[in-house]
Design a protein around this ligand. Sequence first.
Ligand code: CA
Length: 313
Amino acid sequence: MPPRRIIIDTDPGQDDAVAILLALASPEEIEVLGITAVAGNVPLPLTARNARVVCELAGRRDIPVFAGCERPLERPLVTAEHVHGRTGLDGPVLPEPTMPLQDAHAVDFIVETLRAEAPGAVTLCPLGPLTNIATAFRQAPDIVDRVAGIILMGGAYFEVGNITPAAEFNIYVDPEAADIVFRSGAPLTVMPLDVTHKALVTRPRNEAFRAIGTPVGRAVAEMTDFFERFDKEKYGSEGAPLHDPCVTAYLIRPDLFSGRFVNVEVETVSELTMGMTVADWWGVTDRAPNATFMGALDAPGFFALLTERLARL
Ligand SMILES: [Ca+2]
């Protein structure tokens, strides 16, 4: 099998960083065509910076990085410095990037890449709010049928919300964009909190990253140290969830995940439940399935993969 050709759309974020590192460490399975930054965890100038920090950490200054939308389609931006720190990538001390940001807008890169490549050749991997993807679909509806698939981190059903009682952060920040993507007809694979809350960085897993003994291993251990403080306090769990790496791990080892192909719709009207992903897990409606909504994870297999791959960088 040739590697999957992907665009990573991201708002780094420590867990985005680990997701990107995993992709860059896995050239047999994944070819990263470009990284598109979006406003989310922190404002756009920082996510565009952080994406380049991560590429340079991986020794991949050749990856083109594009800046995209600086605010959601119809709402003011909500950020998450309370989780990710002031820079979005707090924890390790990493140098300011020197690789340039590309001149083109991220949305134009997404549109042009999908038009230039054969239909079904490019997979989109959104790790943040869906503003860039929805803007590309609105601007160029012809590209929707050319997308091989969208594998995204976002939403929740049984785990409900992490930014409001009902909504997961990525979907909550831009529910109108999420609604466009979930209704688009593109094949969707969703990594909701239901599965990412099973990818917990326990103390031994964090120590395994550190024990890699490389700058990448130490940086990942320090990043997970940082956001663990918040998550442990919030959830009382045994470690912080590594949300976004579920997306890139799925490209390498889909057998680590299982879920159901169901209908998922996004709440865009109710202030109380804004951004909730309403998944018809039990098939109680006749609404057509549109997404494979993951629920279970082989966590030991996931962390073994992550540690093995990060050690290559
Ligand atoms: Ca993210």
